[in-house]
Write a protein that binds this ligand. Structure first.
Ligand code: AHR
Length: 518
């Protein structure tokens, strides 16, 4: 595992910053310029039987109970959807090992990860976690070492009433009411050499068709997510071929085509030794991701015309090189910079909400972590806060105009170079009736405050009410067990601005703001 020695970077305002003072930007919001309805699933999450995400993370080490301290952190996020049980893990998982009396559940050896799995956490426990957090479950089935019958039994176990064979089994296990799981993924990264059951697109479709037929015979209302591949540029022949085959041969059966995106990806690790250049590149990366989403949506439109297949980005995160001494490649220490990245991604998702209707941050606890735990404590990493703040967004996405100062960013791994990256990145949402507008604003400038002049049109009687601000003077600031609140959002009262159709927001450097107008 290549690790990069940590280098510190503390940006200081230069002479130019001091002489020029604040920067200025303009935001124009028109009530009628709507993009469309946002599917709340774009704020989704992902948990996997991987390292300490499940055991010692969301559940106690022995899997007996959900950890209340972790629940207290997860609940304010109101996670709309959670994907489970993997990831790579799903490709060799037999769900029936994880239901029934706990003492009789077999231990199993996972050939992909070469670990023994205790199976104390399975379907019923996952659903309990979803119920306690208000999330909709999204289950990924084993298309590789599993069978269509096994996948169909899983759907029946979750969705049949207590009279059916599998429904009765669920009821005997203490859960008479059907779980009503709507979202089902078939396979994970099947195109990857590392995947159990790795095959080509034709091989995948051959497995997918009978699996989906068997699952839909049990419950015709389920929604199917098929594995797609990331189109990082228009000419990527392998990804194009994969997506084309899946869409052509299985487009009639699927509701979503998924892709995964970890930026900058391992190809970007050996190069990223300059923390300042890395800051600018990672802050720009959501714009590169946004192009990937648009490219896949466009591809679907052309390859499966007339079908309303949506894009699912069902694993995403910023994944810089793990620091020296990291326990694994997933032991990344997230910073304020990464919170700017996460907010930039949520802005991009809102802008692309017409085509992107499902997205899952990978992952929730201890693995590329939103939350970190040890035996007794837990804390939220900086990437947690954009999720907490953005759950206040309204359901309609607006197409806003932003005049912002820009910078040039370099390419790194799977992130494109960009000529004009706006320092100020904005997404705007409004309620259906237009009585409430909520903005998400990122100031990527590491040292300069920005005066953002906001110009509203088409709204009546709106004025700034509340704000939630996440900022830190050090872009590389982290949280820890010793200092869990070092990077943390706070509430700001904006009522003093009063009722105006033009007003100015003062945006601190290196910050994320969520602003509610009512
Ligand atoms: O999120 C960690 C792993 O990364 C997942 O198991 C896999 O799908 C991806 O390659």
């Amino acid at each position: 595992m290549p690790v990069i020695p940590e280098k510190k970077w503390q940006p200081k305002p230069g002479l130019l910053d001091i002489l020029k003072g604040r920067q200025r930007a303009i935001l124009r919001i028109d009530a009628d310029r709507t993009i469309g309805e946002i599917n709340p699933h774009i704020y989704g999450h992902f948990i996997e039987h991987l390292e300490r995400c499940i055991y010692g993370g969301i559940w106690t080490e022995n899997g007996e109970r959900l950890r209340e301290d972790v629940l207290r952190l997860v609940q304010p996020l109101k996670p709309p959807v959670i994907r489970y049980p993997g990831g790579n893990f799903a490709s060799a998982y037999h769900w029936e090992d994880g239901v029934g009396p706990r003492e009789s559940r077999p231990k199993r050896f996972d050939p992909a990860w070469k670990v023994e799995e205790s199976n104390q956490v399975g379907t019923d426990e996952f659903i309990e976690f979803c119920r306690r957090t208000g999330a909709e479950p999204y289950i990924c089935v084993n298309d590789a070492t599993g069978t269509p019958e096994e996948a169909a039994r899983w759907v029946a176990y979750c969705n049949q009433d207590a009279q059916g064979e599998q429904g009765r089994r669920r009821a005997v296990n203490g859960h008479p009411e059907p779980y009503n799981v709507r979202l089902w993924g078939i396979g994970n990264e099947v195109w990857g050499q590392w995947q159990a059951g790795h095959t080509d697109a034709a091989g995948f479709v051959q497995r997918l068709r009978p699996i989906v037929a068997a699952m839909r015979a049990v419950d015709p209302a389920i929604q199917i997510v098929a594995v797609g591949d990331t189109l990082t540029d228009d000419a990527d022949p392998a990804a194009r071929r994969w997506n084309e085959t899946v869409l052509r041969e299985a487009g009639d059966l699927i509701d979503y085509l998924s892709f995964h995106l970890y930026q900058p990806g391992q190809a970007g690790w050996p190069e990223n030794s300059d923390p300042e250049a890395l800051y600018y590149t990672l802050c720009a990366a959501p714009h590169s991701a946004e192009k990937d989403i648009q490219r896949l949506a466009e591809f679907i439109k052309q390859a499966a015309p007339g079908r309303s297949i949506k894009v699912a980005l069902d694993e995403w995160n910023v994944w810089p090189a793990p620091p020296e001494g990291a326990a694994s490649m997933h032991d990344v220490h997230y910073t304020m910079r990464d919170a700017l990245y996460a907010a930039g991604m949520l802005n991009a998702f809102q802008r692309q909400s017409k085509v992107l209707t499902l997205a899952n941050l990978a992952q929730m606890v201890n693995v590329l972590p939103l939350i970190v735990t040890n035996e007794r404590q837990s804390y939220a990493t900086p990437i947690y806060y954009p999720f907490e703040m953005y759950r206040r967004m309204e359901p309609i996405a607006l197409d806003v105009g932003v005049d912002s100062p820009v910078y040039q960013s370099q390419a790194l791994g799977n992130i494109e170079a960009m000529e004009q990256v706006p320092y100020i990145d904005v997404s705007a949402t409004r309620s259906r009736g237009g009585q409430r507008v909520v903005l998400g604003i990122v100031n990527r400038h590491p040292t300069r405050r920005v005066d953002l002049s906001v110009r509203l049109s088409g709204f009546s009687d709106l004025s700034p009410k509340n704000g939630w601000l996440l900022r830190h003077a050090d872009p590389l600031a982290e949280n820890s067990f010793v200092n869990p609140g070092n990077v943390k959002s706070k509430v700001v009262d904006l009522r003093q601005i009063g009722k105006k159709s033009r007003f100015t927001l003062d945006l601190p450097p290196c910050s994320v703001s969520v602003i509610a107008l009512e």
